[in-house]
Design a protein around this ligand. Structure first.
Ligand code: NAI
Ligand code: MG
Length: 356
């Protein structure tokens, strides 16, 4: 097939891990006989430095004509001045809104070797296979925000509409049908009005449209505990933007590292947005030691969800799995014998090139 893929490396370790994704895409194209046109665009801090705009119009145009978008990460101390007129993450938030990617899918299925590097008891990780569905274009991240009283008072408004909750709930329910048919909806309905709306809409949508799916409501504070006590008891976890951001970083402990978790952001439009769940990791940027697997697994999600290439996606997932089995591990996963970002990426690309 022919497809156009936009790569947005961004800041910090973003360019380092996206470089490995590019090598992997070339390997997939060669092995499976596809033609991928790969074009790079600016976003985040580097885009501010070069154009003054964290999401230049050229990048929007590129993403809109692409079949899928792969992003590294944005942000870093260089652009963190609270008084700066523009900030890197504004570019990413605007891109998510522009592409209308309201459902952020974050699978967490610890690899069998994860017990070696996850700080949890191995028996706790057995059978853990989670899919977080995080609402991505609403809530406090997108509501009105500002300062009053000479900057001494700040506010972020969390706002959700029935329609916003319905569409992401339906997405989660459809995904649950292909899995173990169980949804845990996470909110804070004892305190927040938005959560009470979520609870009523989720309950109605399931009752009316998805009677075959088992669902439950769990309060977010309790969920942070359940997630580490009994992770295997959950299947699909549906939640709003802020809670999903926090819970998925917590869930990375189950997998062993932030550097292992991919994500897919999809909506009703054409292009999906794919990115590792981690940030730009300024503490390790420029050293060639970042774990590229979260980004490579995001490529697998891109192949599956945006291009419909399931065999190719499985080839990538299998290659990363072989790398973990073989102990091809970056420094976040092992104290001894760590490989570099490019060694890890090259190992995976080589397994794809020789895939059956
Ligand atoms: P972070 O996710 O960048 O890093 C947290 C910790 O995990 C760090 O110790 C880092 O070294 C480690 N880590 C993350 N990814 C890794 C990888 N692939 N391999 C090995 N180790 C890895 O979060 P942090 O430090 O809170 O934020 C750093 C910057 O990233 C900030 O400017 C923040 O705004 C931005 N950020 C951007 C995101 C995005 O672009 N989607 C998401 C989260 C944060
Ligand atoms: Mg996050």
């Amino acid at each position: 097939m022919k497809a156009t893929i936009a790569l947005l490396p961004g800041d910090g370790i973003g360019p380092e891990v996206v470089a490995q994704a590019r090598i992997l895409l070339d390997a997939i194209a060669a092995r499976f006989g596809h033609t991928f046109t790969i074009e790079e665009g600016l976003i985040g801090g580097i885009a501010i430095d070069e154009t003054g705009d964290p999401l230049p119009p050229e990048t929007v145009a590129l993403c809109e004509r692409a079949d899928a978008v792969l992003l590294g990460a944005v942000g870093g101390p260089k652009w963190s001045d609270p008084n700066a007129p523009v900030r890197p993450e504004q570019g990413l938030l605007k891109l998510r809104a522009t592409l209308g990617v309201y459902a952020n899918l974050r699978p967490v299925a610890p690899h069998p070797a994860a017990a070696k590097f996850a700080p949890l008891k191995p028996e706790l990780l057995e059978g853990v296979d989670l899919l977080f569905v995080r609402e991505l274009t609403g809530g406090a991240y997108f509501g009105e925000k500002g300062r009053e009283d000479n900057g001494r008072v700040a506010f972020d408004v969390a706002r959700y509409s029935v329609e916003e909750i319905e569409r992401v709930t339906r997405r989660a329910a459809q995904l649950a049908r292909g899995r173990r048919k169980k949804i845990t909806h996470v909110d804070k309905a004892n305190v927040l009005e938005t959560s009470r709306l979520w609870r009523s809409v989720v309950t109605r949508v399931f009752g009316d449209e998805f009677p075959d799916i088992e669902f439950e409501h769990v309060l977010v504070d309790a969920m942070t505990m359940h997630l580490l006590h009994r992770p295997a008891s959950f299947d699909v976890i549906l939640t709003e933007n802020l809670f999903g951001d926090i819970l998925t970083d917590e869930a990375s402990v189950l997998a062993g590292s932030m550097g292992l978790l991919p994500s897919a952001s999809i909506g009703d439009g054409r292009a999906g947005l794919y990115e590792p769940i981690h940030g730009s990791a300024p503490d390790i940027a420029g050293q060639g030691i970042a774990n590229p697997y979260a980004t490579l697994l995001s490529v697998a999600l891109l192949l599956r969800h945006s291009l419909g290439l399931d065999a190719e996606a499985r080839a990538v997932e299998s290659a990363v799995s072989q790398a973990l089995d073989a102990g091809v591990l970056t420094r976040d996963l092992t104290a001894e014998g760590a490989v570099s970002t490019s060694q890890a990426g090259e190992y995976v690309a080589a397994r794809v090139r020789e895939a059956a």
